[in-house]
Design a protein around this ligand. Sequence first.
Ligand SMILES: CC(C)(COP(=O)(O)OP(=O)(O)OC[C@H]1O[C@@H](n2cnc3c(N)ncnc32)[C@H](O)[C@@H]1OP(=O)(O)O)[C@@H](O)C(=O)NCCC(=O)NCCS
Length: 161
Amino acid sequence: MQSDLSFRSPSEDDLDAITDLESVSFPSAWKREFFESEVNAAGRYNLVVEEPRGALVAYLFTMYYLDEMHVNKIAVDEDWKRFGIASTLMKKCFEFARANNLLTVSLEVRESNEAARALYGRLGFAEVYVRQRYYADGEAAVVMSCTVADASRTWDVGRET
Ligand SMILES: CC(C)(COP(=O)(O)OP(=O)(O)OC[C@H]1O[C@@H](n2cnc3c(N)ncnc32)[C@H](O)[C@@H]1OP(=O)(O)O)[C@@H](O)C(=O)NCCC(=O)NCCS
């Protein structure tokens, strides 16, 4: 299944499809302009995933600064969930982090987002603390973090065979 998918950097041509997936994936969706500035910004590692006919089925937006990487957005189309696409995107994120000598990858996740918390927990992220009223609707965020070295040990990220 995943061998039929292509992973590449997003361009401005992808913004409509990204915004459409964003609007059905998040209660407080990012606006198109946010993604536009992320696509063009420095210090970013962003990916989109296309199925064979060219439709966008997932995306990942991250930023990095000094020794830390932060996951801003990850989403997978409903019809493509539970095929390991988010796991592959996160693995690529850690490969990039390792290749660029970054030490940790962190993110915030809504307290109620059981799917994402399960995903990150399975990938080796630890729940560091709860940031109260982080989201506009008042929901708390769980701050999660994973060291690149730990991820490398767990999933062989970036290791030579
Ligand atoms: C969270 C999300 C990105 C996961 O994408 P995905 O491609 O389906 O995830 P994967 O297939 O890589 O899942 C890997 C593991 O995560 C866990 N997981 C993923 N979705 C889950 C769910 N709905 N319920 C419970 N566990 C889940 C499982 O352990 C899964 O392994 P399994 O399928 O072998 O049981 C996707 O559900 C999504 O787009 N959600 C809406 C946007 C969002 O919440 N993004 C995260 C913001 S922090």
